[in-house]
Design a protein around this ligand. Structure first.
Ligand code: GRF
Length: 197
């Protein structure tokens, strides 16, 4: 049984896609053991509650130093004996000591085809604004392992999505979620659970 912890900051549609895939048995031999948010108001926490999954908020704001926050985050993940950490829209920098400790056991979903529109400063709508500004006709999503860099780890899955005439960042974001992210992230977890990565 692959024990998964999902880290979130916002709406949690990717978390929901994972929960649904587990319920529909598209992901097997896997249990979501906890959901952690850095933001107590994140709707993702409601989604976890509704699904009966352990959840909590660990925010840098509630600690005097970044180091204390880092230690608390790692402690919580250790407590749950997690095999895989999934970053599903988590907007906090992962502690370097956690990246070392959980090498090849942390994955992230990024809403572009890496190496385009990724790295420092490319998050949320900014990714889609940059893609539209450049005028690309294809964008998409990438699931990758997390290493010390920003969006630099080994790529697990990618899927292309068309950019259409008249797209706004919001419209493109939604299409990439629907056509790529919600499919890729569960698929990557299923592959990892079955030793296929
Ligand atoms: C997604 O676009 C994901 O690619 C990015 O952050 C967003 C999170 O959305 N890393 P949600 O909270 O899963 O709805």
């Amino acid at each position: 049984m692959l024990r998964v912890c999902v880290l979130v900051s916002g709406g949690g549609t990717n978390l929901q896609a994972i929960i649904d895939a587990v319920n529909e048995k598209k992901i097997t031999d896997t249990q979501i053991v906890c959901v952690i948010s850095n933001n107590s108001g994140a709707y993702a926490l409601e989604r976890a509650k509704n699904a009966g999954i352990n959840n909590c908020c660990i925010s840098p704001k509630n600690f005097e130093t970044r180091d204390e926050f880092n230690k608390a985050l790692i402690k919580k993940i250790d407590e749950y004996k997690v095999d895989l950490v999934v970053l599903a829209g988590f907007l906090v920098v992962i502690p370097p000591e956690m990246i070392k400790k959980y090498e090849r056991r942390i994955i992230n979903i990024h809403p572009s085809l890496i190496p385009s529109f990724c790295g420092t400063g490319y998050y949320g709508l900014k990714v889609h604004e940059a893609a539209l500004k450049r005028g690309v006709k294809i964008s998409g999503a990438t699931v990758h392992f997390v290493d010390e860099g920003t969006d630099t780890g080994p790529i697990i899955l990618q899927k292309a999505v068309e950019v259409l005439e008249g797209d706004t960042p919001e419209v493109l974001q939604r299409r990439i979620m629907e056509q790529a992210e919600w499919e890729l992230l569960p698929r990557a977890i299923q592959m990892i659970a079955h030793g296929e990565v």
